[in-house]
Write a protein that binds this ligand. Structure first.
Ligand code: SF4
Length: 328
């Protein structure tokens, strides 16, 4: 396979064929650098050497009635995570201020729930309106991850100033019933379509290491393309004690990187975000910036990550630059 031809194809906005996408994900170690180079050239065309920092808030933790088998907050998890109901708007606003101090330009908030209630949306809306009306935080892109949402709830999020709604596909449709029984892949697609109908941008990605096949990851990559998702977080499974998938095999670093390259080459203009688990790549971690243009700082929903200072140091050492706000 000529991977530079695949980069050219992606840059012409042409979809890779299934065989080409498979070649990216399954390339031998001899072809690894060629795959990375193809992803880098596409990434640099749309995002230069810039890296967007995102800061995440777990706004309601550990009390989800769903049974997602990878999640430490699900009803079937025994992981010792903090449990609390939706934080007060002022706590959410405080965390947005911390996002600015950390140099993040996107502030993401998530709740552990099947789906936000109307009251939750109102409550989050108050916080978002405050964030957007304060000159110190107004430039932050706001992303909310609130579970399954109907169109009316999405419209309300749009009204208060939310920019993105995150709702991950997590894997392909055939494997989905193996990782969750309380909702379906098509429920997730419905939410993403509601997000788009309301004029909000979509953030949706997945997790590598659930036990999925190559075809499941290909299915997910093409489903994201078909939806026109604009932000794609890729997580590497965190094998947290007490979570059903805690004994899954660790994900080889090269495979995780090739999965990110797959997302970049199948969704060339999307933001690709190296999310939870990237730290497990060790020395290979800076290579996530070949396909990805966005990173989380200061931890994840229930697990610690790297501080903003640590992330900035290795990003700059790798020759990339931290994105600054467009207008303050
Ligand atoms: S819906 Fe979200 S918070 Fe709830 S178990 Fe699934 S992944 Fe975890």
């Amino acid at each position: 396979m000529n991977f530079s031809d695949l980069a050219s194809k992606a840059l012409r906005d042409e979809a890779l064929s299934r065989d080409e996408a498979r070649a990216v994900l399954c390339a031998s170690s001899n072809d690894f650098e060629a795959v990375m180079e193809a992803a880098r050239s596409v990434r640099e065309t749309y995002f230069g050497r810039r890296v967007k920092l995102c800061l995440l808030l777990n706004a309601q933790s550990g009390i989800c009635p769903e049974d997602c088998s990878y999640c430490s907050q699900s009803k079937i998890s025994t992981a010792p995570v903090e449990k609390y109901r939706l934080l007060a708007p002022e706590k959410i606003v405080e965390r947005a201020q911390e996002a600015v101090e950390a140099g993040a330009t996107r502030f993401c908030m998530a709740i552990a729930a099947r789906g936000a209630t109307e009251r939750d949306i109102q409550h989050i809306g108050q916080a978002v309106e405050q964030i957007k009306s304060d000159p110190k935080t107004a430039h932050l892109e706001i992303c909310t991850s609130l579970g399954l949402l109907n169109e009316q709830k999405c419209q309300e999020l749009k009204r208060v100033g939310v920019d993105y709604v995150n709702h991950n596909l997590n894997t392909g449709p055939n494997f989905y019933p193996k990782i969750c029984s309380t909702h379906t892949f098509s429920d997730r697609l419905d939410t993403l379509r509601n997000v788009q109908s309301a004029g909000l941008s979509t953030c949706a990605g997945g997790i590598v290491g659930l036990g999925e096949s190559v075809d499941d990851l290909l299915d997910m990559a093409f489903a994201l393309r078909e939806l026109g998702v604009t932000s794609i977080p890729i997580n590497v499974l965190l094998r947290i004690k007490g979570v059903s998938l805690e004994n899954n095999a660790p994900v080889p670093g090269l495979h995780a990187l090739q999965a990110m390259c797959l997302m970049r080459l199948t969704n060339p203009r999307a933001e690709v975000r190296a999310a939870a688990g990237r730290e497990k790549l060790g020395e290979l971690q800076p290579r996530v910036l070949w396909p990805a243009n966005s990173l989380f700082v200061d931890g994840y929903l229930t697990t610690p990550g790297e501080s903003a200072a640590t992330v900035k140091a290795w990003v700059e050492a790798a020759g990339f630059e931290i994105e600054t706000p467009v207008a303050v």
